[in-house]
Design a protein around this ligand. Structure first.
Ligand SMILES: *[C@@H]1O[C@H](CO)[C@@H](O)[C@H](O)[C@H]1NC(C)=O
Ligand SMILES: *[C@@H]1O[C@H](CO)[C@@H](O)[C@H](O)[C@H]1NC(C)=O
Ligand SMILES: *[C@@H]1O[C@H](CO)[C@@H](O)[C@H](O)[C@H]1NC(C)=O
Ligand SMILES: *[C@@H]1O[C@H](CO)[C@@H](O)[C@H](O)[C@H]1NC(C)=O
Ligand SMILES: *[C@@H]1O[C@H](CO)[C@@H](O)[C@H](O)[C@H]1NC(C)=O
Length: 379
């Protein structure tokens, strides 16, 4: 388990990840304004890094601003699992677009000590003692918090009522690069098998919903997947009723291979690759053009096309399309919405889409309810 993790990390990031950092804990909420139609709350949550250490981790909850919104079919809660050393700030556009589409999205900046100096990280001008990392255990931290809030332990304040706009019994992992590796590991039970209590699982335990099912219903994996020790995508089998949607920028061949190796096990997998996107194509960073979309503290990719350029309009349109695909996939899965099926089935016609293999039948088969009218929950 640990060696395959390292293979992944070397493959994409030419660095190694590990270790934890101790500190005291606290919990507080601060509301900040979001963009139009979207609100945000910042929190510092006590995160149990191991049996003896609890560290504070910054979380942001982004949600549809309209307090009148009541949904017949609330959408799954979404948790972002960042790419290595990519701060959650750089996912603002995709997160806010999802919130406008009535998702509640949790994101975090989990800084962990970074013991290895490598060729590419830490980048100059960035924190040298720690990087933004990812851990399966962040799922437990988020749900501990939710449980505290929904049990009223945090007092009589109504500050977190917006959580009820999400289906808290379902969690969709929105993941990028290293985060996608961890998300797929969670989905396929790797973290339950890993008893070491450190690394990227940190003693994660599955969160169960009212029906006794694992809350994790699926993974959106942008530019990441589980690899073997040689760095090749590993064959994985998805648990019943779950799905994975592989999205790809520059590593589209490997993501397609990951899709194929998931699909082969007759699972609910889909794959979309895009033109004009690098490994950081789901991030907001558009300037300077020669940055190749690499956010300021993240690792530059040695296999980048040196001629790659982008501009804000191209970048934003790509990020928006990613959010729209996620929204459509969830609409199909949760409600079998026909308009969303048609959108996904015609993705290959979109100029930005290089290739699209969407298993809409499988997604629809798992629809919990089929909407009798399409206006419910749709923009
Ligand atoms: C738990 O984490 C703390 C802080 O990183 C570390 O000092 C300690 O060694 C860890 N304990 C175990 C048992 O791994
Ligand atoms: C959380 O975010 C605040 C504001 O950006 C920052 O000052 C603080 O250092 C962060 N704390 C942690 C534990 O990351
Ligand atoms: C939840 O509440 C318990 C009991 O008050 C507290 O120990 C724990 O740190 C809280 N967890 C989160 C994530 O808020
Ligand atoms: C992880 O845990 C195992 C078993 O407890 C231990 O042998 C190993 O050194 C730990 N690794 C790290 C990076 O802390
Ligand atoms: C890709 O980007 C180039 C340069 O910005 C642009 O000319 C081209 O039209 C873009 N292609 C697509 C499919 O967006």
């Amino acid at each position: 388990m640990f060696s395959s993790r390292r293979a992944f990390v070397c493959l994409f990031l030419v660095l190694q990840i590990c270790s934890l950092q101790a500190s005291s804990s606290l919990s507080s909420g601060k509301k900040v304004s979001g963009s139009d139609g979207v609100s945000k709350v910042h929190l510092i949550l006590p995160h149990k890094a191991n049996a003896t250490a609890t560290v504070p981790v910054n979380f942001t909850l982004t949600y549809p601003a309209d307090p009148q919104i009541t949904l017949a079919h609330p959408k799954p809660l979404v948790l972002l699992l960042n790419g290595a050393s990519v701060e959650s700030f750089w996912y603002s556009r995709v997160i806010e677009r999802l919130a406008k589409q009535r998702f509640v999205v949790a994101s975090s900046d989990y800084y962990r000590a970074f013991p290895y100096k490598t060729r590419v990280l830490p980048r100059p001008g960035c924190r040298q003692d720690a990087i933004v990392d990812v851990s399966a255990r962040l799922i437990n931290t988020l749900y501990d918090f939710i449980e505290n809030v929904t049990n009223g332990d945090l007092g009589a304040n109504r500050e977190f009522d917006f959580l009820r706009r999400a289906n808290l019994g379902q969690l969709l992992l929105l993941s990028h690069s290293l985060g996608a590796f961890v998300a797929c590991d969670v989905l396929t039970g790797g973290c339950e098998a890993d008893a070491s209590g450190n690394g990227s699982c940190e003693g994660y335990t599955p969160v169960l919903n009212k029906d006794g099912r694992d809350v994790v219903i699926g993974v959106v994996a942008f530019e990441g997947y589980i690899t073997d020790t040689k760095g090749k995508p590993k064959e994985i089998a998805l648990p019943d009723g779950t799905f994975v949607l592989y999205l790809a920028g520059q590593y589209n061949k490997r993501a397609r291979d990951a899709y194929r190796r998931t699909h082969k096990s007759d699972s609910c997998a889909s794959y979309v690759s895009f033109h004009n996107m690098t490994h950081y194509g789901m991030n907001d960073f558009v300037s300077p053009p020669e940055s190749h979309q690499v956010t300021p503290c993240a690792a530059p990719i040695p296999t980048d096309d040196p001629k790659f350029t982008t501009d804000a309009a191209t970048q934003n349109a790509g990020v928006d399309l990613i959010a729209d695909i996620i929204n459509a996939a969830v609409s199909v899965r949760e409600q079998g919405i026909k308009r969303a099926v048609d959108f996904l089935d015609s993705l290959a016609d979109q100029p930005r889409v290089l290739e699209a293999i969407i298993n809409t039948d499988c997604l629809r088969d798992h629809a919990h309810s089929t909407a009798t009218s399409e206006e419910i929950d749709q923009e």
